[in-house]
Design a protein. Sequence first.
Length: 207
Amino acid sequence: MFQVEYAKETVKRGATALGIVYEDGVLFASVKRVGKLLVSTSIEKIFQIDDHVGAIAAGFLSDARVLVENLRIRAQVHRITYDEPIDVWNVAKALGDRMQYSTLLAGLRPFGVSVLIGGVDKTGVHLIEADPSGMLFEYHAHAIGRGAQVARKILEQKWKEGLSEEDAISLAKEILRKAEKEGTLEMAVVKKGEKFRFLTQEEIGGR
Protein backbone atom coordinates (compact mmCIF):
# COMPACT_ATOMS: atom_id res chain seq x y z
CA MET A 1 0.00 0.00 0.00
CA PHE A 2 2.93 2.31 0.64
CA GLN A 3 3.98 1.86 -2.98
CA VAL A 4 0.58 3.16 -4.12
CA GLU A 5 1.08 6.26 -1.96
CA TYR A 6 4.57 6.74 -3.43
CA ALA A 7 3.06 6.47 -6.92
CA LYS A 8 0.49 9.14 -6.04
CA GLU A 9 3.30 11.42 -4.87
CA THR A 10 4.96 10.92 -8.26
CA VAL A 11 1.77 12.10 -9.96
CA LYS A 12 1.80 15.27 -7.82
CA ARG A 13 5.21 16.16 -9.25
CA GLY A 14 4.12 15.90 -12.88
CA ALA A 15 3.07 18.89 -14.97
CA THR A 16 -0.53 20.00 -14.48
CA ALA A 17 -2.98 18.23 -16.79
CA LEU A 18 -6.63 19.20 -17.26
CA GLY A 19 -9.75 17.60 -18.62
CA ILE A 20 -12.83 19.80 -19.15
CA VAL A 21 -16.23 18.62 -20.40
CA TYR A 22 -17.96 21.29 -22.50
CA GLU A 23 -21.22 21.42 -24.46
CA ASP A 24 -20.41 18.69 -26.97
CA GLY A 25 -17.01 17.27 -26.12
CA VAL A 26 -13.94 17.09 -23.89
CA LEU A 27 -10.90 19.38 -23.86
CA PHE A 28 -7.48 18.12 -22.74
CA ALA A 29 -4.84 20.70 -21.80
CA SER A 30 -1.33 20.75 -20.36
CA VAL A 31 2.09 22.30 -20.88
CA LYS A 32 5.22 20.96 -22.51
CA ARG A 33 8.73 21.72 -21.35
CA VAL A 34 10.70 24.00 -23.61
CA GLY A 35 14.45 24.07 -24.09
CA LYS A 36 16.99 25.01 -26.71
CA LEU A 37 18.10 21.42 -27.24
CA LEU A 38 14.84 19.65 -26.42
CA VAL A 39 12.63 18.43 -29.25
CA SER A 40 9.19 19.20 -27.80
CA THR A 41 7.39 16.72 -30.06
CA SER A 42 9.26 13.90 -28.29
CA ILE A 43 7.22 14.54 -25.13
CA GLU A 44 3.74 13.05 -25.13
CA LYS A 45 1.24 14.01 -22.44
CA ILE A 46 -1.94 13.91 -24.51
CA PHE A 47 -2.77 10.70 -26.36
CA GLN A 48 -5.32 9.56 -28.93
CA ILE A 49 -6.78 6.15 -28.06
CA ASP A 50 -9.43 5.97 -30.79
CA ASP A 51 -11.27 8.44 -33.01
CA HIS A 52 -13.69 9.20 -30.16
CA VAL A 53 -11.47 8.73 -27.08
CA GLY A 54 -8.38 10.54 -25.81
CA ALA A 55 -6.29 10.64 -22.66
CA ILE A 56 -3.96 12.94 -20.73
CA ALA A 57 -1.48 11.89 -18.06
CA ALA A 58 0.59 13.22 -15.16
CA GLY A 59 3.47 11.37 -13.52
CA PHE A 60 5.78 8.89 -15.22
CA LEU A 61 4.95 9.42 -18.90
CA SER A 62 6.79 6.20 -19.76
CA ASP A 63 4.19 4.34 -17.70
CA ALA A 64 1.42 6.27 -19.44
CA ARG A 65 2.77 5.30 -22.87
CA VAL A 66 2.66 1.58 -22.02
CA LEU A 67 -0.89 1.86 -20.67
CA VAL A 68 -2.11 3.85 -23.66
CA GLU A 69 -0.69 1.32 -26.13
CA ASN A 70 -2.66 -1.41 -24.37
CA LEU A 71 -5.83 0.69 -24.51
CA ARG A 72 -5.37 1.36 -28.23
CA ILE A 73 -5.18 -2.35 -28.88
CA ARG A 74 -8.28 -2.95 -26.72
CA ALA A 75 -10.21 -0.29 -28.63
CA GLN A 76 -9.26 -1.69 -32.03
CA VAL A 77 -10.05 -5.28 -31.04
CA HIS A 78 -13.48 -4.14 -29.85
CA ARG A 79 -14.11 -2.26 -33.11
CA ILE A 80 -13.11 -5.27 -35.22
CA THR A 81 -15.06 -7.76 -33.09
CA TYR A 82 -18.31 -5.84 -32.64
CA ASP A 83 -18.17 -3.43 -35.60
CA GLU A 84 -18.74 -0.44 -33.33
CA PRO A 85 -16.58 1.93 -31.26
CA ILE A 86 -15.84 0.99 -27.68
CA ASP A 87 -17.67 2.85 -24.88
CA VAL A 88 -15.57 5.34 -22.92
CA TRP A 89 -16.31 3.59 -19.62
CA ASN A 90 -15.13 0.27 -21.07
CA VAL A 91 -11.81 1.92 -21.92
CA ALA A 92 -11.57 3.35 -18.39
CA LYS A 93 -12.39 -0.01 -16.78
CA ALA A 94 -9.70 -1.75 -18.84
CA LEU A 95 -7.22 0.89 -17.66
CA GLY A 96 -8.31 0.64 -14.03
CA ASP A 97 -8.08 -3.16 -14.09
CA ARG A 98 -4.52 -3.05 -15.48
CA MET A 99 -3.42 -0.47 -12.91
CA GLN A 100 -5.06 -2.29 -10.00
CA TYR A 101 -3.44 -5.60 -11.00
CA SER A 102 -0.01 -4.03 -10.56
CA THR A 103 -0.79 -3.32 -6.89
CA LEU A 104 -1.40 -7.01 -6.07
CA LEU A 105 1.84 -8.85 -6.78
CA ALA A 106 5.16 -8.46 -4.98
CA GLY A 107 7.12 -8.57 -8.22
CA LEU A 108 5.30 -5.57 -9.71
CA ARG A 109 5.11 -1.90 -8.74
CA PRO A 110 2.08 0.36 -9.17
CA PHE A 111 2.12 2.58 -12.25
CA GLY A 112 3.43 6.00 -11.24
CA VAL A 113 0.87 7.89 -13.27
CA SER A 114 -2.71 9.13 -13.19
CA VAL A 115 -4.67 9.23 -16.43
CA LEU A 116 -7.75 11.18 -17.47
CA ILE A 117 -9.77 9.31 -20.10
CA GLY A 118 -12.22 11.44 -22.06
CA GLY A 119 -14.47 10.88 -25.00
CA VAL A 120 -17.90 10.76 -26.59
CA ASP A 121 -20.04 7.64 -27.11
CA LYS A 122 -23.71 6.76 -27.46
CA THR A 123 -24.27 7.43 -23.76
CA GLY A 124 -22.84 10.96 -23.87
CA VAL A 125 -19.65 12.82 -23.00
CA HIS A 126 -17.41 11.35 -20.30
CA LEU A 127 -14.25 12.33 -18.37
CA ILE A 128 -12.89 9.62 -16.07
CA GLU A 129 -9.79 9.57 -13.86
CA ALA A 130 -7.80 6.41 -13.15
CA ASP A 131 -5.33 6.85 -10.28
CA PRO A 132 -2.34 4.56 -9.46
CA SER A 133 -4.54 2.32 -7.30
CA GLY A 134 -6.88 1.65 -10.23
CA MET A 135 -9.78 3.61 -8.73
CA LEU A 136 -12.08 5.27 -11.28
CA PHE A 137 -13.94 8.55 -10.82
CA GLU A 138 -16.02 10.45 -13.36
CA TYR A 139 -15.89 14.27 -13.42
CA HIS A 140 -17.30 17.23 -15.32
CA ALA A 141 -13.84 18.81 -15.06
CA HIS A 142 -10.70 17.66 -13.28
CA ALA A 143 -6.99 18.32 -12.86
CA ILE A 144 -4.00 16.13 -11.98
CA GLY A 145 -0.34 16.94 -11.45
CA ARG A 146 1.52 19.50 -9.36
CA GLY A 147 -0.94 22.33 -9.96
CA ALA A 148 -4.03 20.21 -9.33
CA GLN A 149 -5.03 21.91 -6.10
CA VAL A 150 -5.02 25.39 -7.65
CA ALA A 151 -6.68 24.10 -10.82
CA ARG A 152 -9.50 22.32 -9.01
CA LYS A 153 -10.40 25.44 -7.03
CA ILE A 154 -10.74 27.44 -10.23
CA LEU A 155 -12.70 24.67 -11.93
CA GLU A 156 -15.13 24.48 -8.99
CA GLN A 157 -15.70 28.23 -9.24
CA LYS A 158 -15.89 28.67 -13.00
CA TRP A 159 -16.98 25.43 -14.67
CA LYS A 160 -20.63 25.38 -15.69
CA GLU A 161 -22.81 23.04 -17.69
CA GLY A 162 -23.09 23.89 -21.39
CA LEU A 163 -19.68 25.57 -21.53
CA SER A 164 -18.67 26.40 -25.13
CA GLU A 165 -15.41 25.12 -26.63
CA GLU A 166 -14.02 28.67 -26.72
CA ASP A 167 -14.87 29.19 -23.04
CA ALA A 168 -13.30 25.83 -22.15
CA ILE A 169 -10.07 26.84 -23.92
CA SER A 170 -10.05 30.20 -22.13
CA LEU A 171 -10.63 28.51 -18.77
CA ALA A 172 -7.81 26.02 -19.40
CA LYS A 173 -5.45 28.85 -20.35
CA GLU A 174 -6.33 30.79 -17.20
CA ILE A 175 -5.67 27.75 -15.02
CA LEU A 176 -2.37 26.80 -16.65
CA ARG A 177 -1.09 30.37 -16.40
CA LYS A 178 -1.58 30.18 -12.63
CA ALA A 179 -0.52 26.55 -12.14
CA GLU A 180 2.55 26.44 -14.43
CA LYS A 181 5.12 29.22 -14.70
CA GLU A 182 6.65 28.07 -17.97
CA GLY A 183 6.11 25.72 -20.88
CA THR A 184 4.24 25.61 -24.17
CA LEU A 185 0.49 25.10 -24.02
CA GLU A 186 -0.82 21.92 -25.64
CA MET A 187 -4.50 21.12 -26.11
CA ALA A 188 -6.66 18.55 -27.85
CA VAL A 189 -10.40 17.98 -28.21
CA VAL A 190 -12.71 15.10 -28.93
CA LYS A 191 -16.33 15.98 -29.62
CA LYS A 192 -19.58 14.71 -31.09
CA GLY A 193 -19.42 14.04 -34.81
CA GLU A 194 -15.68 14.74 -35.09
CA LYS A 195 -12.48 12.79 -34.60
CA PHE A 196 -9.94 13.44 -31.85
CA ARG A 197 -7.58 16.24 -32.85
CA PHE A 198 -4.87 18.48 -31.45
CA LEU A 199 -5.52 22.21 -31.49
CA THR A 200 -3.12 24.45 -33.40
CA GLN A 201 -1.25 27.24 -31.63
CA GLU A 202 -3.47 29.70 -33.52
CA GLU A 203 -6.59 28.07 -32.04
CA ILE A 204 -5.08 28.05 -28.56
CA GLY A 205 -3.84 31.64 -28.72
CA GLY A 206 -1.08 33.24 -26.66
CA ARG A 207 -0.01 32.08 -23.22
